[in-house]
Design a protein around this ligand. Structure first.
Ligand code: URA
Length: 262
């Protein structure tokens, strides 16, 4: 722009305008700011294109919940055995040779519940077939009962809390019991025995929430709405023959109840 003034005069004019309150340099021609492209509006969070949510760690299935729904969906014992055999959350399954579900008469008045398969049971896929099982058979015979009796009054049905052998026959841990318990409870409901016999601490822990078999044995309790008799495990009787006297008393207690005398 040719103003016809030198730089000293231009500076003096500028200082004068500043004196008068000018605080912004403007152009000679006015600027129509409405006709200019609008400045991009700040994008609100709501208007921003949705970014995918951060990936959540994959939800781990809860074994107890899964066991409950698998067991509840089984309409009969065969379906329950299939559902339990297909259950993948129990590590014991990977170390076991066989799935051990039950033996005897499913319509028997008495259901015996033990702990878990041992070596022989793991090999054969049937509960109580080793030394402890042979002793159990003798004890039952002594009160006129057996797993093969043709009559439901004299027959027994036998299962365990766990269907897979724990390594070296160790005691089942609390998590293993908790994830198998829904299957055991459904097992009892479907077999519908009049009486449940709990052999040793593990079934007492699982179904009564109590241990201390020496104190519990021989006294009627209640399991899933039916009478339950805790007694010594036959493996304990093999190690402690002196306890056979009390086991015999428990068998007589069971017999009396079955005959309506207890
Ligand atoms: N001990 C048990 O508790 N169950 C079996 O099946 C065998 C031994």
């Amino acid at each position: 722009m040719e103003t016809g003034i030198d730089h000293r005069a231009a500076r003096a004019l500028l200082e004068w305008q500043m004196e008068l309150g000018a605080d912004e340099a403007i152009l000679d021609a006015p600027v129509d700011r409405y006709s200019l492209d609008p400045a991009p509006a700040p994008v609100s969070a709501a208007a921003r294109p949705a970014s995918p949510p951060p990936a959540l760690p994959e939800a781990k299935a809860d074994p107890v919940t899964e066991a409950r729904s698998a067991a509840a969906a089984a309409p009969d014992l065969a379906a329950l055995a299939d559902a339990q055999a297909a259950f993948e959350h129990c590590e014991l399954k990977r170390g076991a040779r066989n799935f051990v579900f039950a033996d005897g008469d499913p319509a028997a008045r008495v259901m015996i519940i033990g702990e878990a398969p041992g070596r022989e049971e793991d090999i054969e896929g049937r509960p109580f077939v080793g030394r402890a099982g042979q002793l159990l058979d003798k004890m039952l015979t002594a009160i006129g009962m057996s797993r093969t009796a043709p009559d439901h009054d004299r027959a027994v049905y036998i299962a365990n809390i766990l269907p897979w052998r724990p390594p070296s026959n160790r005691t089942p841990d609390a998590a293993e019991i908790a994830m198998m318990l829904p299957f055991v409870e459904r097992h009892v409901a479907l077999a519908n025995p009049d009486i449940v016999v709990l052999m040793g601490n593990t079934p007492c822990q699982a179904l009564l929430g109590q241990t201390g078999i020496t104190r519990l044995r021989g006294r009627w309790a209640e399991v899933l709405g039916r009478p339950a008799l805790p007694t010594f495990h036959p493996a304990y009787l093999l190690r402690t023959p002196s306890a056979k006297r009390e086991a015999w008393a428990d068998l007589l207690t069971l017999k009396a109840r079955l005959e309506g005398k207890g």
